[in-house]
Write a protein that binds this ligand. Structure first.
Ligand SMILES: [Cu+2]
Length: 123
């Protein structure tokens, strides 16, 4: 008897945990407007929680690629075309969002200043 009530208790807490993680995960929208390889200082840190569904709407005045290496996101952006990308914040941490102008493409240059930071906090 003891074991089965313990089992029910575990099942219940697992269920509550699953439901709450669904309730608290949010949809987060970020507009990223790149001009001359930069975005405004006030938009450089994107803070989200693990599990959030993130939508990026990216525009740039020049062709290039937007990367978050840890998340394996690699978007080609062309001027005049807004790129929309949706992904889930599956890993916590602080991640560099990099912009590589067309002139750097394929040269493996990844050590200049990051465009922005994605900070994913535990849910
Ligand atoms: Cu990169």
């Amino acid at each position: 008897m003891k074991n089965s009530s313990l089992f029910r208790g575990c099942l219940f807490s697992t269920l509550v945990f699953c439901l709450s993680s669904h309730v608290y995960a949010q949809d987060r929208l970020f507009d990223i407007n790149i001009k001359e390889g930069r975005i405004p200082q006030s938009e450089r840190v994107m803070k989200v929680k693990k599990g959030d569904r993130i939508t990026w709407r990216v525009q740039s005045d020049a062709e290039g690629e937007l990367h978050i290496h840890a998340y394996q996101i690699d978007l080609t952006v062309r001027p005049g075309i807004r790129k929309v990308h949706v992904f889930q914040a599956f890993a916590t941490g602080r991640f560099r969002v990099e912009w590589h102008p067309e002139s750097e493409r394929g040269k493996g240059i990844h050590h200049h200043e990051s465009l922005a930071l994605l900070e994913v906090f535990p849910g």
